[in-house]
Design a protein around this ligand. Structure first.
Ligand SMILES: *Cc1c(COP(=O)(O)O)cnc(C)c1O
Length: 432
């Protein structure tokens, strides 16, 4: 591509195309990616950079994976899409069999949708419909602060109330119950006081609460925090005691990211409803799933409406299901547990000592997620340029510098990622 053609493309992009959370008048710098292979993104000037983000948790096997490419090609030559109303197909059946098989015991009924946010909307609808004819006062949700569940309105209503969304959409967003985020970190000694706020709020308001929704163990986009599994175990217990359904949003944590196949396994619980997305297709296509128990599914189905009130046009898209099947097969036949444990160990050694640095307030690692919390806010535009110059793709936000690389990353590549993180702490990446 000539320089001029590229300049024209980039100019159109700046003037006409929104990127996630961006302005049309002050667009952030944007990089033109031409292709991707393994853990490398290739920019259109030929530069190769190591992807530390797995395209936001999704590309667990890296890019251009032969088995996944083949699954898509084979499926495309048979049927890329067909409506799911009144029609079914093997890719969807196989996928739902696999999901029921690998998720915590008891999750048996699957609703397929197109994105994580939609799978959260579906989970919330399930909870409302579950209570509708049993106890119609149960119409609200309870959740923990610092949470993130997506960008659609139902999901937004249970995102952290102080991150800007709520203020902007006040009057339109459903008011929900918020409790303090779990105060005990993943590897700290457990303290019962950490569950008090949940216990009190449920005791007082349970007649109005349909479900407790939270991200198990890892709070992702709301702060990259890892909390104690005992919180989740006791939350499950309290939900049962107060007749509140438990929704586990495993969209970021699912498929091995935290060192367990699903983060709920850290607490050995089965939620009533589980949301999956992101890594489900190995980052190839957009797809999500909401799983629930036979009991919840039957209660909804025996209600006055008789049906679950949702049905997206691209529900169960065969191409997405086919590549999800291939991705799950690849994961389950790989030694992902060792890979993730190896990444965890290497990141512990490379990142945890950085707490000594003046610009760092905390460093933490869980599974293949490494997080540095900085003392000052990071200027994204500045930082992005520095990272690309140093050969990596890392996208910080606020005071969080974090990586969650594809599981196939080599030791040397991970060393580069961690080395660059160390290096930029002394670079000019800070908000003035
Ligand atoms: C990314 C994410 C979502 C939203 O998924 P989309 O596919 O972006 O709609 C919801 N919950 C969690 C925990 C996520 O990380």
């Amino acid at each position: 591509m000539t320089q001029k053609t590229n300049d024209n493309l980039m100019k159109f992009d700046q003037q006409h195309i929104w990127h996630p959370y961006t302005s049309m008048t002050k667009p952030l710098p944007c990089y033109h990616v031409e292709s991707a292979n393994g853990v490398y993104l290739t920019l259109n000037d030929g530069t190769q950079i190591i992807d530390g983000m797995s395209s936001w948790w999704a590309s667990i096997h890296g890019y251009n994976v032969p088995a996944l490419n083949q699954a898509m090609q084979v499926q495309a030559s048979k049927m890329s899409h067909v409506m799911f109303g009144g029609i079914t197909h093997t890719p969807a059946i196989n996928l739902c069999q696999k999901l029921v098989g690998i998720t915590p015991a008891g999750l048996e009924c699957v609703f397929l949708s197109d994105s994580g946010s939609v799978s959260v909307e579906v989970a919330m609808k399930m909870a409302i419909q579950y209570w509708h004819h049993q106890q119609p006062t149960k119409k609200k949700f309870i959740t923990i602060r610092n949470g993130y569940h997506g960008d659609t309105f139902g999901a937004m209503s249970v995102c952290d109330p102080d991150n800007g969304m709520h203020e902007l959409f006040t009057g339109f967003l459903a008011p929900q119950f918020f409790i303090n985020a779990p105060s005990v970190k993943f590897d700290e000694p457990w303290q019962n006081s950490a569950i008090q706020d949940l216990a009190d709020t449920l005791a007082e308001n349970h007649q109005h609460i349909a479900a407790f929704i939270l991200e198990p163990i890892v709070q992702g986009a709301g702060g990259m925090k890892f909390y104690h599994p005992e919180f989740l175990r006791q939350a499950k217990f309290l939900c049962e005691r107060y007749d509140v359904l438990l929704i586990a949003d495993e969209i970021a944590t699912g498929f091995g990211r935290t060192g367990k196949l699903f983060a709920c396994e850290h607490a050995e619980i089965t939620p009533d409803i589980m949301c999956l997305g992101k890594g489900i297709t190995g980052g190839y296509m957009t797809l999500a799933a909401t799983l629930t128990t036979r009991h919840v599914a039957e209660t909804i189905s025996n209600g006055p409406s008789g049906v679950l009130m949702h049905g997206p046009t691209f529900m169960g898209n065969p191409l997405a299901c086919a590549v999800a099947n291939a991705s799950i097969d690849l994961l389950m036949t790989s030694d992902w547990e060792q890979q993730v444990a190896g990444i965890e160990k290497q990141m512990q050694q490379a990142l945890l000592p950085l707490t000594e640095h003046d610009n760092v307030t905390d460093a933490r690692v869980l599974g293949s997620i490494g997080v540095i919390e900085t003392a000052r806010s990071i200027d994204l535009a500045k930082a992005q340029v520095v990272f690309v110059e140093l050969g990596v793709w890392i996208r910080p936000f606020g005071k969080l510098l974090y990586i969650m690389p594809p599981y196939i990353i080599s030791q040397a590549e991970l060393e580069t990622l961690c080395g660059v993180i160390k290096q930029v702490l002394d670079a000019d990446i800070w908000v003035k």
